[in-house]
Design a protein around this ligand. Structure first.
Ligand code: 3PG
Length: 394
């Protein structure tokens, strides 16, 4: 234990975590974000601090932000292997924290129950600051948000970055600036609109950029596949031209799929077929086997691979093929130490878990929006706030 953490004995440490976990019918589908925060929490327990966890949870299944942590406390207790003292409302927070002995883990209910959190209200942050003596941000995946607990709190209390947060940015920085070449990025996902800035950044940093999903479609007509008008995302034609030209001038090779897995209309029904680029009646849902081979060859020639966005509709057979084959291949190359792999984004990480390779990837990011924002901007509102006058304790 460092002298710095030792100084936190008996101190109230506010730890902003991101326990916004994927839920289905109220059940936690993936506890990675809790496991990720464990090292920081354990270190604070060893230092005999009083730990007060702050987090939001956005219950997207019912389209609201007002879910409670109450039903998922057993999952948090199981992962942390310790009882949680739960604070259902800020009104009772001071008394509960006062009563709890050092070495307790206390959890305040959903920060988004208070409008001041998302409004980035300074008085709400001041109220939270009264609960602690020290602040730690261990919520990489939420730190792209300009919210009170992320940007105001660190300016009100002595503060530090959490261990997992620093690990996240260190590996992304390494990929962008210092990692071994050749570097490859694979970007998929449905909509080009959400990835334009990511692509613009990556072409200046990688040797090869492979495109899958709906995003690849936007590029096809520029590579001679004129029949893919269905995919031409007209609002982005200029952006696509700009990306292609910049890639050329930066020496970044764009890798575009050469075949697809699709449903093809056949009089009154649809049949699954592998098609090349000349079928007008097809609905495309995945990249085809030749494209998978092509992507794999480039992976094998690379030293670092960063992946964001599935290349097809991987939840539905047979359209899982492209994403699954690439996941298995990247996992194997990583296991054999031929590449270092970084995978980020909610759907892509979910795919790694689904195909059983999550543990083989060098770094699986907890971030979705934060992962994209950090690659694009190399900063996050919640990170900049903590790095100002940080007290390094880990
Ligand atoms: C996430 O799951 O990406 C973070 O927890 C941020 O959640 P939000 O999109 O509801 O702000």
């Amino acid at each position: 234990m460092s002298a710095m953490t030792q100084n936190l004995a008996d101190k109230r440490v506010l730890v902003r975590v991101d326990f916004n976990l994927p839920l289905e019918d109220g059940h936690v589908q993936d506890d990675t974000r809790i496991r990720d925060a464990t090292e920081t929490i354990q270190r604070l327990l060893q230092a005999n601090a009083k730990i007060i966890l702050l987090s939001h949870i956005s219950d997207e299944s019912n389209g609201s932000n007002v879910g409670s942590f109450q039903p998922i406390i057993p999952t948090i207790e199981k992962v942390l292997n310790k009882k949680i003292v739960f604070i259902p409302s800020l009104d009772s927070a001071d008394a509960v924290i006062e009563m709890a002995p050092a070495g307790s883990i206390i959890l305040l209910d959903n920060l988004r129950l208070y409008p001041g959190e998302e409004q980035c209200d300074i008085s709400f942050a001041k109220r939270l600051a009264q609960l602690g003596d020290f602040y730690i941000n261990e919520a990489f995946s939420a730190s792209h948000r300009n919210h009170a607990s992320l940007v105001h709190l660190p300016r009100m209390l002595p503060h530090a970055l959490g261990i997992a947060f620093r690990r996240e940015i260190t590996i992304i920085d390494q990929f962008l600036h210092h990692g071994s070449s050749p570097k490859m990025a694979i970007v998929g996902g449905r909509k080009l609109s959400t990835k334009v800035y990511l692509l613009k950044k990556l072409i200046t940093k990688v040797d090869k950029l492979a495109l899958g999903g709906g995003i690849a479609g936007a590029f096809l007509s520029f590579f001679g596949n004129t029949n893919f008008s269905v995919f031409e995302q007209k609002d982005y034609v200029e952006e696509v031209i700009n990306i292609i030209n910049t890639a050329k001038s930066c020496g970044c090779k764009l890798i575009i799929p050469v075949d697809f897995s699709a449903l093809v209309s056949n009089s009154d029904h649809m049949d699954h077929a592998i098609i090349s680029s000349d079928n007008r009646c097809a609905s495309i849902f995945d990249i085809g086997p030749e494209s998978v081979k092509l992507f794999m060859q480039h992976i094998d020639e690379s030293r670092m691979v960063l992946w964001n966005g599935p290349v097809g509709l991987f939840e539905k057979t047979p359209f899982n093929f492209g994403t699954e084959q690439l996941a298995l291949h990247i996992a194997q190359a990583t296991r054999e130490k031929r590449i270092e792999s970084i995978v980020g984004g909610g759907d892509t990480v979910y795919a790694m878990n689904r195909f059983g390779v999550a543990n083989d990837i060098t770094h699986l990011s907890t971030g979705g929006g934060a992962f994209l924002t950090y690659i694009q901007d190399e900063s996050l509102p919640g990170l900049s706030a903590v790095l100002e006058d940080e007290t390094r304790i880990f």
